[in-house]
Design a protein around this ligand. Structure first.
Ligand SMILES: [Zn+2]
Length: 70
């Protein structure tokens, strides 16, 4: 991200901060139970699997992501 120059911030026209960060936080509702890393709620099972294989090769995918339990 590029920082806005001071003169631009102090300008007469309003710069509204998009509530993107907050939205991102809310979207992060999948969490690996082993390393507590957060993932987007849109993260697919494949991505979760990739995480388990990369970070916790000895752990079961359900151990890391219980929501994937069938
Ligand atoms: Zn993990």
């Amino acid at each position: 991200m590029v920082k806005r120059p001071r003169w631009l911030v102090k300008g007469t026209w309003k710069i509204r901060k998009p509530p993107k960060l907050e939205a991102n936080k809310k979207a992060m509702n999948i969490q690996c139970k082993v390393c507590m890393q957060s993932f987007m709620c849109t993260t697919s099972e494949v991505k979760c699997k990739e995480h388990v294989e990369a970070k916790h090769p000895k752990a079961d995918i359900v151990t890391c992501f219980p929501h994937l339990k069938k």
